[in-house]
Design a protein around this ligand. Structure first.
Ligand code: GDP
Length: 183
């Protein structure tokens, strides 16, 4: 019997980005298939889990939320410890949330200290693409992709937690990326 076919991998995924960009909403949409328009539906727990299968591999995704501590250095070491994938989120309608990404990236490298920062799996999500159908967005897709490319071809998805657009696709990519982490 092929043991690898039944072995379950626990993968820790952390979400970073300014408060209000939709981190909790994206997780709620993916894990519980629901969306709440009220600001900060804080769940109280540190993380949500979702099980999925990727090829022969059973995976438990453990997705960590910040519970409103999105100021630099306010997330404790336990938040970063053992992360297999780091997902950055910004709001395509809020330029400041995009400009914060570089600081979030630096903060992750400082706090998590991955052995090989270039090989570590990162992703970027541009959320709230549903607002104005994306016509009056503040940050262009091109600009976002340039930021990703300058950091080693980071995968990029434009999402809407509200409209359930690209959320499953993004999380599948997150899970696959996390699986590549050997640390
Ligand atoms: P967090 O602080 O990054 O976790 O952000 P939240 O998930 O709490 O979301 C902040 C606000 O943005 C809430 O009012 C959400 O309902 C709203 N929101 C989140 N995602 C979307 C989205 O894709 N589209 C729209 N229009 N609003 C969203």
């Amino acid at each position: 019997m092929d043991v690898s076919a039944t072995k379950r991998r626990l993968l820790k995924v952390i979400f970073l980005g300014d408060s209000g960009v939709g981190k909790t909403s994206l997780m709620n949409r993916y894990v519980y298939k629901k969306f709440n328009l009220q600001y900060k539906a804080t769940i109280g727990a540190d993380f949500m889990t979702k099980e999925l299968q990727i090829d022969d591999q059973l995976v438990t995704l453990q997705v960590w939320d910040t519970a409103g501590q999105e100021r630099f250095q306010s997330l404790g070491a336990a938040f970063y410890r053992g992360a297999d994938c780091c997902v950055f989120v910004y709001d395509v309608n809020a330029v400041k949330s995009f400009e914060s990404l570089t600081s979030w990236h630096e903060e992750f490298l400082k706090q998590a200290g991955p052995a090989d920062p270039k090989a570590f799996p990162f992703l970027l999500l541009g959320n709230k693409i549903d607002v104005d159908n994306g016509h009056n967005r503040a940050v262009s897709e091109k600009r976002a992709r340039q930021w990703c490319d300058s950091r080693g071809s980071m995968p990029y998805f434009e999402t809407s937690a509200k409209e359930d657009y690209n959320v499953n696709e993004a999380f599948l990519c997150i899970a696959k990326a996390a699986l590549t982490n050997e640390e």
